[in-house]
Design a protein. Sequence first.
Length: 260
Amino acid sequence: MSSPIFARIQSPRTADDIVSQMETLILEGVLRVGDRLPGERELAVQFDVSRPVLRIALKTLEAKGLLVARHGGGTFVADVIGEVFSKPVMDLISSHKKAAADYLEYRREIESIAAEYAARRATEDDRLLLSRIVEAMQLAYETDDFKKEADLDVELHSTIGECAHNIILLHTLRSCYRLLADDVFYNRTVIYGFPGAREKLLQQHKAIADAIMDANPDAARAAVRRHIDFIEEAQKEAERSSAWQATSRMRRSQRELDRP
């Protein structure tokens, strides 16, 4: 971590105080899944506590499932993003075409709210983070790095959820984007592969970020809706194209069989 985020514990410096501070950092999204904590010695210095007190706090957080210690590898924030659906339901959803449409409908509404809140509440640090992500998106576009573009897509939307400064919205969106990152409903790389789609997606992402940085909630909400509308249409086009290709392949195969 580039700078300390842990505050000095005031007297009497108990493990409970450390636990409370760490829980807040995780809940507020400051510490995210997979983040590695500083080493025990450095962490004790930042909290200004003894190492035995720190160890008690870390063990408590591990027992709560918030941290995970890897032997010889350090301590990390555990995977605290809740599973939205059980495995049987996920299997049903992934094979049900209506679920993809419903997912986009859900994203259109919840992301509109998140973007509106972000435009109203984003701090200067939030805006700086958003601008850096957009710059990385531009670079990924220019270097034809499809995977990086797709990863940054999720990162941008997740960060907008953080900028909304609403804990429930933040964690709801994180669960939502896990489904997106895992390509549960549709394959994002297929959409990125469509002619002109990458440029359109980049411009749409920039429009959302710009509206938030300009503190324009109406523009932010409208930009999100245009973005999701485009994804919805691109997904339909991808399905049509896939069906056409399958039909063409069968025609060619059949006619080759018919040749004398």
